[in-house]
Ligand binder design. Structure first.
Ligand code: SAH
Ligand code: SF4
Length: 447
């Protein structure tokens, strides 16, 4: 098909959103669009939005405002907003009222309707945006196996294995905007991963809000460990990563399986959110501090060198400094390789939005800085455990900061830079680690 129109997609938020955008990109190619990296050049602009925190939302509002000028210069330009933020009707209405130049506002489950939404926008007769909201998550249509995602990069790929979430942590908007949990069939996931490996991709990341409950509700009997077992057995050398694991559902049997596997990543992203039992209960997380520590210690013992990373929420409504100190204590006890830290952001429609929240923003920011200081100190030394050791590294190409070096990824998901030739791109190599930086390792190729 002749390509005569150009589309620009901007994605906010998590890896799941980026994976959805890759699928949308694949679909756009089939209906006559080429992709451009420049909004000025585009005939169609799509913004795939995020609702997890207020600052992500504010960025979208700012960026949409800036598109007004482009639309004035090019009245035929089509602007479509979609994703988690616009799945909430009150936000969709807010956009419609504030930005009359938007053509359509859709939610999270729109892949199959996108050609029609674009066509309607092109033929547009009405003034103001059309709002198209489908039930979040029901028959999640981004799993339409007939649309092939267009992926960036040569050697890595993100593969969503499920959508939505059934956990209802009291602070979190995800179950409201992505709907109930739905898993792809194991057959479809395995077939996609097989094809990716055949294409030369070796760094595969399985995505889900709670990968440990993968398969729930599917008629076939494959749970997450079963899925990993089948993927691990595929021919060749590759790394299968997975995120996010939920401490309440991540079982020791899974860790035992990973410990004995060939190709499953030794990186476990296990969000703790808080180190205080009182706060964990208010968050509805379903585990205690003691259970979390036990699980993390078990993983460290069974999988030597494992990289444990986490998410932490600071300033949950009702959190006291005493509670926060328990989080600091847990962070020091475990020694995460990295922690994604967030200040609590009130989300309309969640249970915690109704909780009293007496702590000031200034105080929360001070706690947040204290947590960063503690984590930064841990980062200064955490990778030292690898110095002198040999790691198996997948070479992903030239180094970003230093093109003289190659950059790669270890089985622990850690960046490793080393000197070597172009012939190593996309291949595994053994690298002896000589230096640890807070965010990467430096080593020498073993020949
Ligand atoms: N499903 C994953 C994470 C989903 S959202 C899990 O269960 O851990 C990613 C991270 O954003 C969360 O781990 C949490 O730390 C953070 N987050 C979620 N809701 C938030 C809110 N209302 N305010 C601030 N951070 C939030
Ligand atoms: Fe949100 Fe909790 Fe579900 Fe993660 S598990 S997406 S934090 S509700």
């Amino acid at each position: 098909m002749e390509k005569f129109r150009k589309a620009y997609i901007r994605t906010y938020g998590c890896k799941q959103n980026f994976a959805d955008s890759e699928k949308i990109t694949g679909l756009l190619l089939t209906i006559g669009y080429d992709i451009t990296k420049s909004p000025e050049e585009a005939d169609l602009i799509l913004l795939n939005t995020c609702a997890v925190r207020e600052n992500a939302e504010q960025r979208v509002f700012g960026n949409v405002g800036a598109l007004k000028k482009l639309k004035e210069d090019k009245p035929k330009l089509i602007i479509i907003l979609f994703g988690c933020m616009t799945q909430q009707e009150h936000t969709a209405e807010k956009f419609k009222a504030k930005f009359s130049f938007i053509d359509a506002i859709a939610g999270t489950n729109i892949l199959s309707s996108l050609p029609e939404i674009i066509e309607q926008a092109r033929l547009k007769t009405q003034k103001g945006a059309r709002i198209i909201l489908k039930e979040a998550g029901a028959d999640y249509d981004s799993f339409d196996e007939s649309v092939k995602p267009l992926r960036e990069g040569l050697f890595s790929a993100n593969v969503p294995i499920m959508n939505g979430c059934d956990n209802f942590c009291t602070y979190c908007v995800v179950p409201l905007v992505r709907g109930r949990e739905v898993s792809r069939t194991a057959e479809n996931v395995i077939s996609e991963v097989k094809n990716l490996i055949a294409e030369g991709r070796r760094d595969i990341l399985l995505l889900g809000q709670n990968v440990n409950s993968y398969g729930k509700g599917n008629s076939e009997n494959t749970d997450f460990t079963g899925l990993l077992r089948e993927l691990d057995a595929l021919e060749g050398e590759f790394i299968i990563g997975y995120m996010t694991s939920h401490p309440k559902d991540c079982k020791k049997e899974l860790i035992d399986f990973i410990a004995g596997s060939r190709n499953i990543s030794r990186h476990l992203h296990l969000p703790v959110q808080s180190g205080s039992n009182r706060i964990l209960e208010l968050m509805n997380r379903g585990y205690t501090r003691e259970k979390y520590i036990e699980l993390a210690e078990y993983a460290k013992e069974k999988i030597p060198g494992i990289s444990l990373t986490t998410d932490i929420l600071v300033g949950f409504p009702g959190e006291t400094y005493e509670d926060f100190k328990e989080t600091l204590d847990l962070v020091e006890k475990i020694g995460f390789d990295s922690a994604y830290t967030f200040i609590y952001s009130k989300r309309e429609g969640t249970i915690a939005a109704g909780f009293a929240d007496p702590i000031s923003d200034e105080e929360k920011s001070a706690w947040f800085r204290e947590l960063l200081d503690v984590q930064n100190k841990i980062n200064e030394r955490s990778y030292e455990r690898f110095v002198g050791k040999v790691l198996r590294v997948l070479c992903l190409g030239e180094g970003r900061s230093n093109p003289e070096l190659l950059t790669g990824k270890s089985r622990q998901g850690i960046i490793v830079d080393f000197a070597g030739g172009e012939e190593l791109h996309g291949k595994f190599a053994d690298v002896r680690i000589k230096r640890a930086l807070p965010w990467a390792l430096i080593g020498d190729l073993i020949i």
